[in-house]
Design a protein around this ligand. Structure first.
Ligand SMILES: [Cu+2]
Length: 291
């Protein structure tokens, strides 16, 4: 049995090797990546890899990556050894030229992080509590009457197309909503840090002020930044199906961006980073139509 699995692994490794090298190369900086697959997040279209140090880029850590060819997500399994080229181009990054091999007898028995049960649109979101950038306790139900747009980040995130991109898009949404006093009044944004140890209210305040572009003027009356005890943050993340865990100074995480309607019911959860600010703006405008 083990031999059969090993053979499949070898075949996969061989097929993985037959990557077309003649394609014209996209631009961007390229780095060699070597590591082990920790988990495959098919919904979020990411693979979480514990990788070795990448000279000139980052230390060894475990973190999520996007793939140039997403079909390869179906081929990968926890514990696969993987080698790839990490391409960083502007605010995007992805892996290409994947080579992987499998030696574990049964990948389905791997005890990786289990995908959390994801709530459905229309579900009532529980009154989870967090601590905002001012050190004050906030609760999700206090935003009832407004549409609440939330996402997960951490301020030290090194990959441009994860947290920095979420924050950049939230800044765009915040700005657009502020141009319309009615929409500003009827919406609220919340960025939740999954790194409470480092992202104290003080750190979040500074990060938030820089992110909104209003600096010292920022009153955090439309877009807040929150954290909480490790337990409380875990409760919120788990509810929205966000997977994360700590690895040295980094947090390995997937992406979740949710819209909660003014009645406290879940409208939508966006996974990954493919969504556009315009889609969320139209979701938010749609909620406030017909009132
Ligand atoms: Cu991140």
């Amino acid at each position: 049995m083990r031999y059969a699995a090993l053979m499949i692994g070898v075949i996969l490794a061989v097929t993985g090797l037959i990557a077309c090298r003649n394609q014209s190369r996209s631009e961007g900086k390229r780095y060699d990546l070597k590591g082990k697959v920790v988990s495959v997040d098919k919904r979020g279209r990411q693979v979480i890899i514990a990788h070795e140090a990448i000279p000139d880029l980052m230390d060894a850590m475990t973190m999520p990556f996007s793939l140039k060819d997403e079909r390869e997500l179906d081929q990968l399994a926890p514990d696969d050894d993987i080698q790839a080229t990490l391409v960083v181009a502007g605010d995007r990054s992805w892996l290409e030229d994947l080579v992987y091999s499998r030696t574990s007898p049964d990948p389905s028995s791997e005890a990786g992080p289990h995908p959390a049960a994801v709530p459905k649109p229309g579900d009532e979101v529980p009154d989870l509590s967090l601590i905002n950038q001012d050190g004050k306790t906030i609760r999700l139900h206090q935003y009832r009457g407004q549409a609440l747009l939330l996402t997960f980040i951490y301020t030290r995130c090194p990959l441009p197309d994860y947290c920095p991109l979420m924050t950049e898009r939230f800044a765009e949404i915040d700005k657009a909503l502020r141009q319309d006093p009615l929409m500003q009044a009827k919406t609220h944004l919340l960025s939740i840090s999954v790194d409470p140890e480092y992202d104290t209210p003080k750190v979040l305040r500074k990060y938030g002020a820089a992110s909104t572009g209003r600096g010292e003027e920022e009153k955090f009356d439309h877009w807040e930044f929150a954290t909480g005890s490790a337990e409380r943050v875990k409760d919120v993340a788990r509810y929205f199906g966000l997977q994360y865990f700590k690895e040295g100074n980094e947090i390995v995480h997937s992406l979740r961006t949710a819209i909660i309607a003014p009645d406290g019911k879940l409208l939508k959860i966006y996974t990954g980073n493919e969504w556009k600010p315009s889609e969320i703006l139209s979701d938010l405008r749609g909620l406030n139509k017909g009132e």
